[in-house]
Design a protein around this ligand. Structure first.
Ligand code: CA
Length: 233
């Protein structure tokens, strides 16, 4: 089952960034840039989660949220508000209007993704898989444990997120830049060589005393979780 996320946001650069990251996580995404159009669209279809900007053309995010809460079919629709920095009072008002959570712009994409997952896990547990499996590797996103052939592996937090990110899209090759965006976040300045260092640590932890390496280095392109590994093991 593919969880569906609707983004209501008039800043195109931001909605593109969110769409890209949500799709990479396996969500199906629809973007609506106006508040009034979003209201119309939500009468036709209700997604599993709404990312709702505050300041929108048409009607504001806060007003839309209030209207959604007044309708039976959208009363419990999970809503994350995207607010501008420093609007403390407004954020409180947002939560009072019925938003489930909020993030302040500019926000870290991995953090927003974690919140999306956390809210969906509560509200729509059937659409969020907490266990990722490939070959003899098992990664539990809820308990942050990784096992290989039943034996627990010790991974640092960055190696865990890196493995999780790669395992979500077996076979897909990610450039170092894409890995930095997806695992470290856009606003963090990290040298691309850092990716190689953490890939090295991840390999060491995962392949201890084994020959089959699940991580594929693609020369000139980046890294992938080997989809051969998924089927061979
Ligand atoms: Ca806006």
């Amino acid at each position: 089952m593919t969880p569906r996320v609707m983004i209501v946001e008039d800043e195109e650069a931001l909605s593109l960034l969110l769409r890209y990251n949500l799709e990479a996580e396996g969500y199906s995404v629809e973007v609506v840039p106006r508040g009034d159009d979003a209201e119309t669209r939500l009468r036709e279809t209700v997604p599993d989660l709404l990312l709702l900007d505050w300041m929108l053309p048409g009607i504001s995010g806060i007003e839309l949220c209030r209207r959604l809460r007044a309708r039976d079919v959208t009363r419990t629709l999970p809503v994350i508000m995207l607010t501008a920095r420093g609007e403390e009072q407004e954020r409180i008002r947002g939560l009072a209007t019925g938003a489930d959570d909020y993030v302040v712009k500019p926000f870290s994409v991995p953090e927003l993704m974690a919140r999306v997952r956390a809210i969906l896990r509560r509200s729509r547990p059937e659409v969020i898989a907490s266990l990722l499996r490939a070959g003899d590797i098992e990664l539990d996103r809820e308990t942050h444990r990784v096992r290989r052939s039943g034996r627990e592996l010790r991974l640092g937090p960055t190696e865990f997120r890196l493995l999780e990110f790669l395992m979500k899209s077996p076979g897909r090759v990610f450039s170092r830049e894409q890995l930095l965006d997806g695992v470290w976040g856009r606003d963090v300045y990290v040298d691309e060589r850092t990716v190689d260092v953490h890939i090295g640590r991840l390999r060491k932890a995962v392949n201890r005393g084994r020959t089959k390496d699940p991580i594929r280095t693609v020369r000139g392109a980046g890294y992938a979780f080997d989809d051969q590994f998924v089927t061979v093991n």
